[in-house]
Write a protein that binds this ligand. Sequence first.
Ligand SMILES: [Mg+2]
Length: 261
Amino acid sequence: MTELASEELETIARELRATPHLLLCLDFDGTLAPIVEDPARARIPETTKQVLAALSRRADMTLAIVSGRSVSDLRTRIEFEMILAGNHGLEVAGNRYDLRNPQSSQWQRMLREICRELRPRVQEIPGALLEDKGLTASVHYRNVSDADVPAVEAMVNAATEPKAGQFRVRHGKKVLEILPRVHWNKGSAIRWIERRLRDEKGHEIGVCYIGDDATDELAFRELGPGAITIRVGYDCPTAARFRVRGVREVCGFLRWLGEQR
Ligand SMILES: [Mg+2]
């Protein structure tokens, strides 16, 4: 079941009928895959995979994953052909697209230095995990004791500080994201894919985006009321138009989506 109210579903169904082609963009962790203690073990449940596979075969839909993970990481978790927007949209691959944000590519070596500095310190904190994803980095603290969390935050801030002109730290769910200061986010990547698709198809494209975290809010704001935006979870205020409770409800919504039009 989708858990959305029938009038909400009616609104979405009406918007779907008005658009000849839908770009369906989905965050990965906490949206398609349940959040697990070790981010390396996150997987899309089998039922969701089947629903996605069916949607990806439809001629009136294009699917994209838009995630904080790198494209190369996403490739190991997605078994069928879809557009992959990784590193919070800084890189886009699939459907013959090949985009890398040029400014953040130039700063990649600088980020590697930050990570080299940070890694031994992070390793001293039990449960903390540093992930260098090329264009961005994540420090996960899901498995860190509450008492140690301020120390993790302090070391990430201290390591990023000398490069504050190029990098910023953003708080996500039990993760600190080290992101380049570029005017490009998940929302920009979705808009970029939308423009490419519109040029290919020769008509307007409808957009739906589902996500559960802070960087998804940037996308909800960028897309505005013209798109179908859905926030997963009730833990924070949201710029999305609709909400569902969790990954199971996302799967329910996707199944419902497959029955429309
Ligand atoms: Mg997420």
